[in-house]
Design a protein around this ligand. Structure first.
Ligand SMILES: Cc1ncc(COP(=O)(O)O)c(C=O)c1O
Length: 376
C-alpha cells in the first residue's frame, strides 16, 4: 500500500484544525487565482510557455539568482542539479543526517554515496565541524539543507568547500524567501533548488520545483536535461527526463509570489508568538535562529523534553502536530542496506537526541497561533 502524501498525514491527525491552512490562503487570493487559472485554461498552452517564462524571470528577480530553471518538483530539481554537477557512481556527497530524505535519496539514486553529517543542537542545521570530519578523497560536494526555513551556515561551509575543492548544492526546498546577512536564499550554492510542494512557504497546487544558479552553463545543462536532453525537437543530445513545470502551476505561483513578503511577515509574527509562549515554559526549546538569518518558518519546530506527555496534551486539545523527523536518515532501511552506515560521522549523537524530542505545530501565515496556545 502506498503511503499518504505528507500534508494528508497532517490533516488526518488534525481532524478539527488544519496543520497548514491552505483553504484560508485560497480564500484570501481567490479572485486573482481564479482569473489566472482561467486565463491558462483558456489559452490552450499548458506546458511551459509564457506563464512559465514569466515565473522564471520573476523568481530570479525576487531572490537575485542570475538564472532560474523551473521543473517538476524539488526532488527532481535535486536530481537534475546532481546530474549538472557531474555526479558519478562512487562519488561521496555530504548531506545532513536530519532532514527530509530527498537530498540523500537523489545522491544514492544516481550511484553516489550519501555521507551523513551531524547537526547543530540549537539551530538544527548541518554542523560544519561534522562536515569537515567527513571530507575524504572521494568527497565531491556538500548538500546544505536550509532546514525549517532558515539558511545553513554558508560562510563556514564555503570555507570547507574552498579548502577541499568541493561544490555546494543548496537545498532551499523549505526556505524560498529566507535571508542570510541580507542575501536571499537560493543564491548560496554553486547550484540551488527549491520546492513548490503545496504546503511550502511558496507552494502551488500540485508538484513543482526550481533550480537557481549564477553559472550560465549549469543553467543551460539543467534546461536541456529537464527536456529529455533536447534543444531541438526530436534531437536528443543527452539522457534527460521530463522535468517541466506546467503553466497552471506557474500561474498560481505568480499570484502567490506577489503576496510572499506579506505572508513571511505574518509567519514571523506567528513564530514570535509561539516563541514567547514556549520560552516561558521549562522543558520546551524552539529552534534557534542563527545570527544574520531570517526564516520562512516552513515548519514551527521545537524540542520538547517530555514529547510523549506533550503529544497527549495536544491530542486532548485536538491540536494537530507532525514529527519532522522521527529518525536519523542513516538509519532508514534504504540506506542501511547499502554502504551508508560506514560513511556516517561516528561522533554524531546530536541527531539521535533531536529525533526523540522534535515536534512541529500548526503553522502558516493564516494560522491563529494565539488560539492554539489557549487550547494547549
Ligand atoms: C529539504 C527538502 N528537500 C527536498 C524536498 C523535496 O521536494 P518535493 O516534495 O517538491 O519533491 C523536500 C520536501 O519536503 C524537503 O523538505
Amino acid at each position: 500500500m502506498s503511503s499518504p502524501p505528507k500534508a494528508a498525514i497532517c490533516y488526518f491527525w488534525g481532524i478539527m484544525m488544519p496543520f497548514v491552512n491552505l483553504a484560508a490562503q485560497r480564500d484570501a487570493y481567490r479572485n486573482q487565482l481564479e482569473k489566472a487559472e482561467k486565463a491558462v485554461l483558456d489559452s490552450g498552452c499548458y506546458i511551459g510557455g509564457p506563464e512559465v517564462q514569466a515565473l522564471e524571470s520573476e523568481l530570479s528577480q525576487y531572490c537575485g539568482a542570475a538564472h532560474t530553471v523551473t521543473c517538476g518538483s524539488g526532488t527532481q530539481a535535486l536530481e537534475l542539479s546532481l546530474m549538472v554537477l557531474g555526479l558519478e557512481p562512487g562519488d561521496q556527497v555530504i548531506v545532513p543526517d536530519f532532514t527530509f530524505i530527498a537530498p540523500a535519496e537523489c545522491v544514492q539514486k544516481l550511484g553516489g554515496v550519501p555521507v551523513f553529517a551531524d547537526i547543530d543542537p540549537r539551530t538544527l542545521q548541518i554542523s560544519p565541524e561534522s562536515v569537515e570530519r567527513l571530507v575524504g578523497p572521494k568527497t565531491k560536494g556538500i548538500i546544505a539543507v536550509n532546514l525549517f526555513g532558515q539558511c545553513a551556515p554558508y560562510e563556514k561551509l564555503r570555507e570547507i568547500a574552498g579548502k577541499h575543492g568541493l561544490w555546494i548544492l543548496e537545498d532551499s526546498a523549505q526556505a524560498f524567501g529566507a535571508t542570510q546577512n541580507g542575501k536571499k536564499a537560493c543564491t548560496f550554492g554553486d547550484i540551488s533548488i527549491t520546492s513548490f510542494y503545496p504546503t511550502k512557504p511558496l507552494g502551488c497546487y500540485g508538484d513543482g520545483g526550481a533550480i537557481f544558479t549564477v553559472n550560465p552553463e549549469y543553467a543551460e545543462k539543467a534546461r536541456l536535461l529537464a527536456n529529455h536532453g533536447s534543444k531541438e525537437r526530436y534531437r536528443h543530445l543527452e539522457i534527460g527526463t521530463n522535468g517541466r513545470l506546467d503553466a497552471l502551476q506557474a500561474a498560481v505561483l505568480r499570484v502567490k509570489l506577489h503576496h510572499l513578503d506579506q505572508e513571511l511577515e505574518r509567519r514571523q509574527q506567528n513564530a514570535n508568538t509561539y516563541d514567547q509562549f514556549f520560552k516561558s515554559l521549562s522543558g520546551f526549546t524552539p529552534q534557534v535562529l542563527a545570527e544574520g538569518n531570517t526564516s520562512t518558518y516552513a515548519q514551527y519546530t521545537l524540542l520538547v523534553e517530555d514529547r510523549e506527555g506533550f503529544i497527549k496534551r495536544l491530542n486532548r486539545a485536538e491540536v494537530p502536530y507532525c514529527i519532522h523527523y522521527p529518525s536519523p536518515l542513516h538509519t532508514q532501511p534504504c540506506f542501511c542496506a547499502g554502504h551508508a552506515e560506514s560513511t556516517t560521522d561516528a561522533s554524531r549523537p546530536i541527531v539521535e537526541k533531536v529525533c526523540k524530542q522534535v515536534i512541529s505545530l500548526p503553522f502558516c501565515a493564516f494560522t491563529n497561533v494565539q488560539k492554539i496556545i489557549e487550547r494547549i
